[in-house]
Design a protein. Structure first.
Length: 140
């Protein structure tokens, strides 16, 4: 499948968030609209979109904290999964990070999400010997 890849604009927010929701990526405690706008508001991050025949096929949020690159919300329209869209988006995220001289890319996958782990393994990613720790700062 041929995709058009580009950086999202503010006008894409509703379509991108709807796609993330359809792909099952959102959680009640995170506001995907706020996440989209935050990524748009700094040169250290962006949202990349894949379009097919003028329709939103997928989207990914990517950022560089100066030490590592991070990927969030890689999602593909469920009707277009297994068509190369996710692979194309991940390659675009890698290219975005390489253009900023980022040495390493990281992302988090829920431990029980076996299908997503298999997708990333097929792209050459492997588990890292780290544990993610966290704490809410927003009172939720």
């Amino acid at each position: 499948m041929t995709h058009t890849l580009r950086e999202a604009t503010a006008a894409d927010e509703a379509a991108v968030v709807a796609l993330w929701q359809a792909a099952g990526l959102t959680r009640p405690w995170n506001d995907p609209n706020a996440d989209f706008r935050m990524a748009q508001g700094t040169p250290a991050s962006c949202v990349l979109v894949a379009e097919h025949a003028g329709d939103m096929a997928g989207a990914v949020m990517v950022g560089f904290d100066g030490h590592r690159g991070w990927v969030y919300y890689l999602g593909v329209d469920p009707a277009r999964q297994r068509t190369g869209t996710g692979r194309a988006l991940m390659a675009a995220a890698e290219d975005w990070l390489k253009a900023r001289d980022c040495p390493k890319i990281m992302f988090m996958v829920r431990s029980d999400n076996l299908a997503t782990k298999a997708f990333y393994a097929a792209l050459g990613y492997e588990s890292q010997a780290v544990e993610t720790l966290g704490r809410r700062l927003d009172g939720r």
